[in-house]
Design a protein around this ligand. Structure first.
Ligand code: SF4
Length: 105
């Protein structure tokens, strides 16, 4: 979410801007979206470690609201070569097909 002053946070619930990634007036939005901080927080959420997915997530009771489909999470982890996280995710969500992240030829 981009606030009026340009600050970008991960979540529309984060009115206090605790999960601020940066400022879109200073850093391209794509850079913030694809940056290492948000990547770490995404992997933490995939692991169910909300305490590591941004300061506001630690106290949030909406965890999982608007969650991405499990297949999309697996695709993200595979695409970013987070193989250990992908194995952990598949342990938690065994219904995700082993090769669901591969694109059809
Ligand atoms: S855990 Fe809560 S604060 Fe964090 S991204 Fe999810 S809904 Fe937003």
């Amino acid at each position: 979410m981009v606030h009026v002053d340009g600050r970008v946070t991960t979540c529309c619930l984060d009115e206090g801007l605790e999960n601020t990634l940066g400022n879109a007036r200073e850093t391209p939005l794509a850079e913030l979206w694809n940056g290492s901080l948000l990547h770490r927080w995404r992997v933490a959420q995939a692991d169910g470690r909300f305490e590591d997915s941004g300061p506001y997530c630690t106290r949030c009771n909406w965890r999982g609201a608007g969650t991405m489909p499990a297949e999309a999470v697996a695709e993200y982890l595979a695409g970013t070569k987070e193989h250990a996280a992908l194995r952990r995710f598949r342990t938690r969500y065994p219904h995700v097909a082993r090769h669901s992240h591969r694109k059809a030829k």
